[in-house]
Write a protein that binds this ligand. Sequence first.
Ligand code: HEC
Ligand code: HEC
Ligand code: HEC
Ligand code: HEC
Ligand code: HEC
Ligand code: HEC
Length: 262
Amino acid sequence: MKRQVLFLVGIIILLTVSFVFGETFGIKKRAPRPHEYGNVVINNFSKDNNIAPVVFNHWLHRAKYTCRLCHVDIGFAMEAGATGITEEDNKNGLYCGACHNGKEAFPPEEKDSVGNSTKNCDLCHSYGKKVKFRENFYKFTKGFPRARFGNRVDWLKAEEKGLVKLKDYLEGITIKRKPLQIPEDTELKAMEVGMPDIVFSHKKHAVWNGCELCHPEIFGVKRGATKYTMQEIFDGKYCGACHGNVAFPNTDCRLCHTKDVY
Ligand code: HEC
Ligand code: HEC
Ligand code: HEC
Ligand code: HEC
Ligand code: HEC
Ligand code: HEC
């Protein structure tokens, strides 16, 4: 009985707080459409070189590779524009060129058997252009389990069901290591009366992120040693380094504050 009352109080607080937080934290921007969520515009050099800026989509790439492969092994920064990729880098097999080399994925330019060449520049340099892409988000994710926000795709379930198969290894780039043991689920205290606590699952995260995407840069491995607040998460730190722009957004309070709710 007492538990049920607490549970109800929790839900009510969660709802009010989420409204108030939405206002005070200014997270009520226009929500991106499902196919736009996780898209990154890269424009350090394009405009100055008279070519359209690059649009990189996470939805297609995360359906094929782990976050770890790109953000640890290939070395993309987890911040739009921060890597400073150049076309020369790509030609040398770095960054986009680690895959867009005609073997793993389409190259910048390809020749058919009779020597006619096709340029694929527009597929990457697509910002502000009408481009005919090979893949369509809505066709690609048709039949995937749904989520409420972000890409509106429940990526965890899609992976569990085998609808997406994640590659975590790239020949010549990934160094094989012995996998580390995955820790048990951790409870993180919400530290506010009535706010449901957070259950952090290492197992769910390790599938996508391995270990090095979070440790030691974002979180220390000593329990409770890293101190942070919801405000910092909304600001893109800690959990917010991924939740808010690529992993499901922070508007979905219930997916993190789950203790005693489900
Ligand atoms: C797989 C994706 C991809 C393809 C295909 C591609 N580029 Fe790029 N290119 C990039 C990225 C990413 C950048 C960095 C963009 C930035 O910061 O402005 C870039 C940068 C450039 C720049 C800016 C100057 C420089 O040297 O970095 C030029 C010019 C350029 N590309 C030309 C081309 C041309 C021409 C083609 C087609 C033959 C092409 N690119 C195909 C991804 C691609
Ligand atoms: C195929 C490679 C690839 C995969 C897979 C990938 N990313 Fe990225 N990610 C990138 C690139 C490229 C950028 C842009 C870097 C730049 O502009 O310098 C980026 C940027 C980001 C950013 C910053 C976004 C912003 O708006 O500032 C976050 C956060 C991020 N990725 C998280 C993830 C997460 C979480 C996953 C797995 C679910 C993931 N990425 C999978 C390549 C990848
Ligand atoms: C880990 C491998 C990998 C990396 C790194 C990678 N891609 Fe891709 N990319 C793929 C694969 C595989 C596909 C889908 C297969 C194909 O079209 O060849 C793809 C497809 C795309 C498409 C979709 C084209 C369409 O018509 O639907 C774009 C655009 C693209 N990549 C841009 C980029 C840019 C820009 C970068 C670097 C910032 C990048 N990719 C880095 C593997 C990668
Ligand atoms: C998405 C981010 C993320 C990933 C990926 C991740 N961790 Fe963690 N890890 C955390 C957080 C958050 C904590 C809790 C820290 C706290 O209690 O303050 C933690 C705690 C730990 C702890 C201390 C646990 C305890 O109960 O004492 C260990 C050990 C650990 N992680 C190892 C790993 C290993 C091994 C991997 C890869 C299999 C991994 N982590 C992947 C975020 C992550
Ligand atoms: C390095 C990126 C990263 C960081 C940091 C991170 N996550 Fe995640 N998280 C993911 C990805 C990727 C998924 C898979 C689902 C998705 O992409 O929406 C996920 C899934 C989850 C889920 C599972 C939801 C479900 O449907 O079962 C919860 C809960 C969660 N994260 C909570 C947290 C919390 C709490 C923190 C901080 C302590 C955190 N995450 C930090 C990337 C991250
Ligand atoms: C990605 C996971 C995640 C999501 C989504 C999330 N939270 Fe949190 N929240 C946390 C974590 C982790 C903490 C614990 C931080 C700490 O140590 O105080 C927390 C703490 C809190 C606290 C305690 C006080 C404070 O400021 O730290 C409140 C209140 C809160 N969250 C409200 C919300 C509301 C409202 C939403 C939805 C709009 C939300 N949270 C969405 C992970 C999340």
